[in-house]
Design a protein around this ligand. Structure first.
Ligand code: HAM
Length: 448
């Protein structure tokens, strides 16, 4: 029988160490900018009740209709609800806001999350079944200045990652739910008698989620849409004023944007402000991130009417842009020193030496097997270390150690007791090493 050859499931991938350097870099930028702006981190479960996504994102959106991964268990009781892997964070975070009574906290509540999402989409470049998002939400207050501030934080993150100049921020206001109901009616009326000219997919969309027809990629549909009513014509005065004020605030903050009246987004919960960060070259294809206001979502999920706005960026697409831009994520996994030894006494001494070097923040590896010194040195070469320390039987006897500069190919014998300070000096001093200290003082909690 042939051996099975297991692979990652279609549309998923292993995040290998090289890519983790980028992931860590992005997470750090997001964390840093979020903390500066008062956001706190939240994690919600990878799966939630399916109903939350159906109600929140919308039953007739692609994400819910076609792309949900259902989660079941062999022990599922008949009366247990159905679960689905999260295709995004917003609905789950709003569920959490309601469940934990966060409306009692000072508003707005600013939360951020980083993690995996799942959509059973057709895999292609930049589109995966498991991907990572960084996600920001501001819940509990509504004002154009809040929208502007959120967008500003995002431009800071993209600027820190050195890809802001590859992106164009598209922005629109899609009005209130009432505005959209009126517009959808007008759109449906417009297409009466013209259905036969629409490709089948758009004919279905017209029935189930007419707004989706607006961002159809079909040429026939786009031609018809040129003479169709526009959403802009149905916006109420409040939405228009809201949008104009938001644009003024963005100008004041120096945020560059393009207004785009046909930007609608693929999730049903949006009201008024919507925006996306597009690749300046490929435009709407593979947006790096998108978001908007969702003033009806919390009520829809069973909470008190509470406004909110948020954004999610795709980590894989962000990494792709960073690589295209030639951004090198810092490699913190580099090994500094390799310790080689021969003989049982030497091994004992080296175990302690390796541990002490690591404690000082020197990235240290040691060959603790029985291999010859020569093959240990070959290993040191493969790890591309800067220095090697060699301890043989003679050195143990003399309390010395051999220090080898790998690049220069030079070595010298030094006292064993001097090995650690010498290596630290050569690596640029204690400040440049990888030490971790808990900076914050523990606060004594008064039990009374
Ligand atoms: P979204 O536009 O569906 O919005 O997704 C945001 C970003 O996630 C996309 O722009 C893209 O970068 C990434 N993304 C989405 N699907 C995939 C995929 N299949 N493969 C790779 N990357 C993908 C949301 O998810 C909203 N929850 C954003 C939001 C937060 N709105 C308000 N708050």
């Amino acid at each position: 029988m042939s051996q099975p050859q297991y692979r990652t499931p279609k549309g998923t991938h292993d995040v290998l160490p090289e890519d983790h350097q980028y992931m860590t870099y992005i997470k750090k930028a997001v964390r840093h900018r979020c903390r500066q702006a008062g956001y706190k981190r939240i994690d919600t479960p990878l799966f939630e009740q399916k109903d939350i996504f159906e109600r929140g994102i919308g039953e007739h959106t692609d994400i819910v209709e076609k792309e949900l991964f259902l989660v079941s268990s062999k022990q599922k009781a008949d009366d247990e609800p159905e679960f689905a892997l999260r295709p995004e964070f917003t609905a789950g975070i709003c569920r959490s806001y309601i469940e934990h009574g966060m409306q009692q906290l000072p508003q707005p509540v600013e939360l951020y999350a980083i993690g995996q999402c799942f959509r059973h989409d057709r895999p292609q470049k930049g589109r995966y079944r498991q991907f990572h998002q960084f996600n920001l939400e501001v819940i509990g207050l509504k004002d154009p200045s809040i929208d502007a501030q959120l967008i500003h934080v995002l431009t800071k993150v993209f600027s820190d990652l050195k890809i802001l100049d590859r992106l164009t921020m598209q922005i629109n206001n899609i009005g209130t739910a009432e505005n959209r109901i009126a517009f959808v009616e007008a759109l449906k009326d417009f297409f009466i008698g013209k259905e036969h000219s629409l490709p089948e997919l758009d004919r279905e969309r017209l029935q189930e989620n007419p707004l989706r027809v607006l961002d159809s990629k079909e040429e026939d549909t786009q031609i018809l849409l040129k003479s169709a009513p526009t959403l802009e014509q149905f916006l109420d005065e409040e939405s228009k004023l809201y949008h104009a004020t938001l644009l003024e605030y963005l100008d004041a903050l120096g945020v560059v944007y393009e207004t785009n009246p046909s930007l609608v987004r693929g999730l049903d919960y949006y009201t008024q402000t919507v925006f996306e960060f597009w690749d300046s070259e490929t435009k709407g294809q593979n947006a790096v991130g998108g978001g908007g206001r969702y003033d009806g979502l919390i009520e829809l999920l069973g909470g008190k009417s509470t406004p909110g706005i948020g954004f999610a960026g795709g980590m894989e697409r962000t990494i792709w842009h960073m690589k295209q831009a030639g951004v090198q994520a810092p490699n913190k996994d580099q090994v500094d020193v390799f310790v080689a030894q021969l003989g049982s006494e030497a091994k004992k001494t080296c175990l302690k030496l390796i541990s002490d070097l690591r404690e000082k923040g020197v990235h240290t590896l040691g060959a603790l097997g029985e291999a010859s010194l020569k093959s240990q040195m070959r290993l040191a070469d493969k790890f591309e270390v800067r220095y090697a320390l060699l301890l043989g039987k003679m050195e143990v006897k003399n309390s010395t150690i051999i220090l080898r500069d790998m690049a220069a190919g030079k070595q010298k014998e030094i006292p064993l007791a001097k090995a650690i300070p010498t290596v630290i000096d050569l690596l640029g001093g204690a400040e440049s090493l990888d030490t971790y200290t808990l900076k914050d003082q523990f606060v004594e909690i008064d039990e009374d």
